[in-house]
Design a protein around this ligand. Sequence first.
Ligand SMILES: Cc1cc2nc3c(=O)[nH]c(=O)nc-3n(C[C@H](O)[C@H](O)[C@H](O)COP(=O)(O)OP(=O)(O)OC[C@H]3O[C@@H](n4cnc5c(N)ncnc54)[C@H](O)[C@@H]3O)c2cc1C
Ligand code: FES
Length: 316
Amino acid sequence: MRAEPADPHIHREGPNPTMSDNGPVQIRCPVLNVRRVDAYVAITVVAPGIAERFRSGQFISVGVGGDHSSTLLRRPFAVHDVKPDYGGTIEFLFSVEGTGTAWLAERRARDLLDLVGPLGRPFPLPRDPVNCVLVGGGSGAAPLFPLAQSLRRRGCRVDFVLGAASADGVLNAITARRLAETATFTTDDGSFGTRGRVTDVLGKVVREGRSDAVYACGPMPMLRSVTAVAENHDLPVQVSVEETMACGTGICMTCVIPVVGGDGITRMVRSCVDGPVFRGEQVRFDDVGSIPFDALGAPGWKGAGRRGVEQDRDIA
Ligand SMILES: Cc1cc2nc3c(=O)[nH]c(=O)nc-3n(C[C@H](O)[C@H](O)[C@H](O)COP(=O)(O)OP(=O)(O)OC[C@H]3O[C@@H](n4cnc5c(N)ncnc54)[C@H](O)[C@@H]3O)c2cc1C
Ligand code: FES
């Protein structure tokens, strides 16, 4: 028997999910295929209700350990691919880190997985066919592939910059070359592409591609550096953060990070529902993991009563 969803805003998938309801659904999905992609394990599941609602940048959370597991928390993963096959399939991929990903890596075709999704706010897309550079670190490159496809459909130029510690961590180099005008790779150990970090080559890619916007996903230090490069070139930058998440649906506040609103006020916002995509220059990277004294509601906060504002989501 399926567990009830923890959040009343999550709908269990009925026999005829409708497109008018774009909220997340909880589905038990059959695994179609498990394969290796570079250093990662990729799982494709049949999940029509998620596939039809999905927009680039959104993620899923996956129950791990089976029906009787004491591992209560779901694990969040970016959606790496969506296909119309079997009514709608999605693929996510991961490296084995701990209990949950070790269990997932042992799944096989026809096993059932309990998924909730799509979750979070998607990447905002430019209105016009502008030039975009997509920067990914390790498995953080996963959400950039559906984004590249969305941008291409809008007539945007796409350039990829992908980095990892070593060659097998660079995700989908061949697909990146096929999808993008240019694909530039970096590895810390120099085993593939340029030795160094993505930010060592980003400025050159931005100049040569005459980029109008930057999108990035990866570890927090990388997102901070990418944001700095984008700001130096006066470009808007959207970052997708992979902050630790317990519930993934806005309830537990595990995932809060300090973000400056358009009114200059810092708020602790939930990266699962207010993100995971944010404007890079609005994230206070140096204060992630703490509550800055001047954040709304913090002990040092002096401006109570100011209006709440939505983040400015405009790009390019
Ligand atoms: C939006 C998002 C997208 C992601 N996409 C990908 C992806 O595409 N590929 C990929 O490889 N990884 C991705 N990750 C990271 C991935 O979720 C973790 O690698 C995975 O959860 C590790 O699970 P584990 O059980 O193997 O590791 P463990 O370390 O055993 O468990 C990690 C889990 O423990 C819980 N946890 C840990 N610390 C805390 C804490 N302080 N408070 C509350 N709960 C805690 C969380 O639920 C966390 O997910 C993503 C993360 C996020 C937030
Ligand atoms: S993970 Fe629980 S509020 Fe974001």
